[in-house]
Design a protein around this ligand. Structure first.
Ligand SMILES: NC(=O)C1=CN([C@@H]2O[C@H](COP(=O)(O)OP(=O)(O)OC[C@H]3O[C@@H](n4cnc5c(N)ncnc54)[C@H](O)[C@@H]3O)[C@@H](O)[C@H]2O)[C@@H](O)CC1
Ligand SMILES: [K+]
Length: 214
């Protein structure tokens, strides 16, 4: 079993892979999306009749938008829900939004009925969660958790502290999670499994130990 890493180490490895080794952020995002897409379409517990992708402002949202595009281009019925303003998106998330807009993937408002969907893909927050979840985000996560839709989380269920395995105010309760590169240490805690569900560890070319796959 590969080792688990802290959130700080995860962010440090992302940064080093991009800045020291030179693998572009967009390439890592595409590799992440391809792995997450496979985890989703091969998961027998997810019904993909109608999927809604929840998109945050950062690169977790970027991963999610790229997943939405892969679902769309493979003829799955998918919509996206931008939780923030398009103008606030990270550079890579903006790139992915532009690609989704090329395909005219439908963007639905935060007031959309979540029970209209069979699956939600959670790309709101990942390793960038910095404080307790409040306000509209908290309400959306609460609605997602009480909806009839099954949730698949990207990297870390939104709102879950990746180091403690505990919610920060509230957290997405996913039936499955595609975590990037390595399990996060908080996912070793059994109480985190209510939020992560079944964990898939996706290798996207980010390695610890002098950046060699071990
Ligand atoms: N290409 C890349 O750079 C890669 C990015 N990855 C993805 O990128 C994610 C990290 O992306 P980011 O660093 O952009 O951060 P996130 O996308 O996790 O967070 C999004 C934004 O949410 C805001 N935020 C944090 N806590 C909040 C709160 N409680 N309420 C409201 N807003 C809050 C922060 O300002 C942050 O910018 C990883 O979890 C992973 O999914 C990975 O796939 C590795 C490769
Ligand atoms: K997430």
């Amino acid at each position: 079993m590969r080792p688990a890493i802290t959130v700080a180490e995860s962010r440090d490895l992302d940064k080093k892979t991009i800045e020291e080794i030179g693998i572009p952020s967009a390439v890592l995002m595409e590799r992440a999306a391809l792995e997450i897409y496979q985890d989703i379409i091969t998961n027998p517990d997810l019904k993909l009749n109608h999927t809604l992708v929840l998109v945050g402002n950062g690169n977790n949202g970027g991963d999610a938008l790229a997943v939405a595009r892969l679902l769309f281009t493979h003829n799955y019925n998918v919509d996206v829900l931008l939780t923030g303003e398009a103008s606030q998106l990270s550079t890579e998330a903006q790139r992915q939004l532009n690609i989704c807009r090329y395909y005219n993937i439908s963007e639905v408002p935060i007031t959309v009925k979540l029970n209209d969907y069979t699956t939600l893909v959670d790309g709101i927050f990942g390793s960038g969660l910095t404080r307790d979840v409040e306000g509209d985000y908290k309400e959306l996560i609460a609605r997602a958790n009480t909806s009839s839709a099954k949730i698949h989380a990207i990297d870390i269920p939104s709102g879950l502290n990746g180091d403690t395995g505990k919610p920060m105010g509230i957290a997405i309760k996913a039936i499955s999670t595609s975590t990037i590169a390595y399990e996060k240490v908080g996912m070793i805690e059994p109480e985190s499994w209510d939020y992560t569900g079944k964990i898939f560890v996706d290798d996207i070319g980010i390695y610890r130990d002098n950046h060699l796959e071990n």
